[in-house]
Design a binder for this molecule. Sequence first.
Ligand SMILES: Nc1nc2c(ncn2[C@@H]2O[C@H](COP(=O)(O)OP(=O)(O)OP(=O)(O)O)[C@@H](O)[C@H]2O)c(=O)[nH]1
Ligand SMILES: [Mg+2]
Length: 308
Amino acid sequence: MSIFDKFKRGLQKTRDFVTESFNRIAANLGYFDEDMLDELEMVLVQADCGIECATELTDSIREHIKNTGDSSVETVLDVLRAGMLDILKDVQPLKLDPNRLNILLMVGVNGTGKTTTCGKLAKRYRDQGKRVLMAAADTFRAAAIEQIKVWGERTSTAVIAHKTGSDPSAVVFDAIDAAKARNTDVLIIDTAGRLHTKQNLMDELAKIRRIIGREAPDANLETLLVIDATTGQNAIVQANAFAEATDVTGLIITKLDGNAKGGVALAVVKETNLPVKLAGLGESVDDLQDFDSENFVDSLLPDPESLK
Ligand SMILES: Nc1nc2c(ncn2[C@@H]2O[C@H](COP(=O)(O)OP(=O)(O)OP(=O)(O)O)[C@@H](O)[C@H]2O)c(=O)[nH]1
Ligand SMILES: [Mg+2]
């Protein structure tokens, strides 16, 4: 399956919603008037693009219509597409540095898909022939260590783990030690889900970061905030809080396949200016893709052929 097909399959619910809305609003007319543009703005809000984004996108359509007099459905769709691509212009895929240890630190609130994404990434890099190690630095939940070990078995990746309740920074310390000894290419660190409002948990994350800075100062560190697309606009609040507490270098947006709210990627990028690096498009090990703006936008918006 091509990458475009994977995005299309994952974002089908959002695309169906947007396509139906386009057809409902502009049915039989073939053009957009002011009221219809207001409706389109609401559709974008419902697809979770965020009010700011939705306003910016529809304003640029209004501007275009004013300048050209062309309000055809095809043109509106083209301008909308260009506006979305502009918001996502700084997206960059996750790159490993081949000459040093790469550390991927996964952070985020509970249940966003951190552990699953660790497993998917381990699979990706194992398939590329890299030396991969995982660290079970979620010592908070009893089942968490077991869960990452299962992913370790599934992907033939070694997992450094301590007991439940132990200090996650100590796990990270040992994992870095092991990574150096084993000449590891990629160390993937799973951490506990934490509410961005709980200061002690955010402090724990800062401690993990200090350990990495001290023990692996030369490593290429990516702190990846995992965001669940189905949490809606709360994702923005989380992203801002995490970005403040730790130097987040990129976003991973998971569960884009989950509902018709795929637009949240636009809202989060607009609000945080952080690059989206990866997209989670399903629960299986291969359902992780480099975030690709063109594929994303083309999967979110109606296929011009499907417009009545
Ligand atoms: N549909 C879908 N489900 C996903 C995706 N990524 C993760 N999940 C599911 O989301 C649920 C939670 O995933 P975990 O990986 O355990 O999340 P976590 O962030 O590690 O959770 P905590 O450790 O409790 O904070 C699981 O049922 C996963 O299968 C995705 O991209 N799409
Ligand atoms: Mg987890």
